[in-house]
Design a protein. Structure first.
Length: 413
């Protein structure tokens, strides 16, 4: 079996620790090994420790000299909308002129405009665009993403999107965890109840039957799906064995966080408008909040979610890009780290925990990825800096040197 020894790492950010998501002050503990090294056999980490000790064990290994750079686990991006056609440049320009996300959506832009383009595209058209997006993620140091459907909104088109993810999974080193988000919007020409019936009676059974998704998600928001409608869809999804994630309280405090608690959902995502009651409900039901500051930034809002209160309440906070063409056109976790620190007042260490090990647990993969420990997958990035805090500090350019997925170099010379 091929082995690889990564040596002379200035800060080997391992995130070794308890085998559960990190909470409270644990979020700032990164278990850094200075002048560290790592021996990799095949796709797994065989041993990890001081560079000198690793070197002694590495007679037949290929050497990767990190040259005093920083090494981190591959980022785990727990909320993306990976597969769609086209872009939303018109919306972008209208927002720059002062129109809001909701106004633009009512005027014919928004999610439904991407739905039209995505319906018109075939699986063969969508795959190369999704491949390009996958490559962007890797080039930002991300090795695992969650990916939602939701730009099809017919049985055929939702299945088409999930099949694109399945094809991409087979050919990209990026690990993709699929989520069914049929309830992303009510399609034009249908009323909500009629569409919900279609989601429950036709889409969900096919998606679950063909094992095309691990999670079921709903956009619980005024003008999209209200609490009762969301409850109906999530109940059906759960009955079919899907785990639950919810787009909650993004534009209004509509009780989404509490609904997530009622379902003991794996995650409640967005939470820009969630108050202390929502935070307490999530805490008692152990729901992980997934915070998406890129979407706040890109829609030109200043309503960032209450990350500090959530950390202080003991929630296992996750941060993610929300990569999508409308509200958050970025695949860059380093950019999200910058926003987490500057706008949500998280420390760089808390941000890194939220973007790696906590995110991995939110995808039910905390035992395989998210930290650099013996037996875990060798998914890691080398950053061209000496201090991990630089990754959040220099914004607009990920200071990335190279990326490895399952022990193979996938980015970098
Ligand atoms: O997470 N909130 C709903 N869905 C996306 C936006 C999708 C879009 O605008 O195309 C989000 O922000
Ligand atoms: Fe989203």
């Amino acid at each position: 079996m091929k082995s690889l020894a990564v040596l002379h790492v200035s800060q080997l950010v391992t995130l070794a620790g308890p085998t559960r998501p990190r909470v409270g002050t644990e979020m700032a503990e990164l278990a850094i090994i200075r002048d560290g090294g790592m021996l990799i056999c095949g796709d797994q980490i065989e041993s990890i420790g001081p560079s000198g000790e690793i070197e002694e064990k590495s007679q037949n290994a290929e050497i990767v000299d990190a040259g005093g750079r920083v090494v981190l686990p591959g980022f785990v991006d727990a909320h993306t909308h990976l597969v769609f056609a086209g872009n939303r440049l018109e919306d972008f320009e209208r927002r720059a002129r002062g129109e809001s996300y909701e106004q633009i959506s009512k005027a014919g832009g928004g999610i439904r405009s991407t739905v039209e383009k995505t319906r018109a595209a075939s699986e063969r058209d969508l795959l190369p665009q999704a491949e390009k997006h996958a490559d962007w993620f890797l080039r930002c140091g991300t090795t695992t993403i969650e990916a939602k459907s939701g730009y099809g909104l017919t049985l055929e088109d939702e299945l088409k999107i999930l099949c694109v993810m399945r094809s991409l999974k087979q050919q990209s080193p990026l690990e993709i965890v699929p989520t069914f988000l049929g309830a992303h919007a009510v399609p034009r020409g249908m009323d909500a109840d009629e569409y919900i019936e279609l989601v429950i009676d036709q889409m969900l059974p096919r998606v679950a039957g063909e094992q095309l998704a691990e999670f079921c998600d709903v956009f619980c928001e005024r003008g999209y799906f209200d609490i009762a409608q969301s409850r109906k869809i999530l109940t059906a999804g759960r009955k079919l064995g899907l785990n639950v994630r919810i787009h909650a309280d993004q534009l209004n405090n509509s009780g989404g966080a509490k609904l997530a608690a009622e379902f003991k959902a794996t995650t409640a995502d967005h939470l820009e408008k969630t108050d202390e009651h929502g935070i307490a409900a999530m805490k008692s039901a152990r729901v992980q909040p997934v915070l998406l500051p890129g979407s706040v930034y890109a829609i030109g809002s200043s309503d960032y979610p209450r990350a500090r209160e959530m950390i202080e309440a003991g929630l296992a906070v996750v941060i993610a890009t929300d990569f999508n063409p409308g509200s958050s056109p970025t695949p860059s976790m380093p950019m999200i780290l910058s926003l987490a620190c500057t706008q949500m007042k998280m420390s760089p260490a808390e941000g890194i925990t939220a973007a790696t090990i906590n995110a991995a647990y939110s995808l039910n993969r905390g035992n395989r990825i998210g930290s650099l420990e013996t037996g875990k997958l060798a998914n890691f990035s080398i950053f061209d800096c000496e201090d991990f805090r630089e990754i959040a500090y220099w914004f607009g350019i990920p200071p990335l040197h190279s990326v490895y997925a399952k022990g193979e170099r996938v980015v970098g010379a």
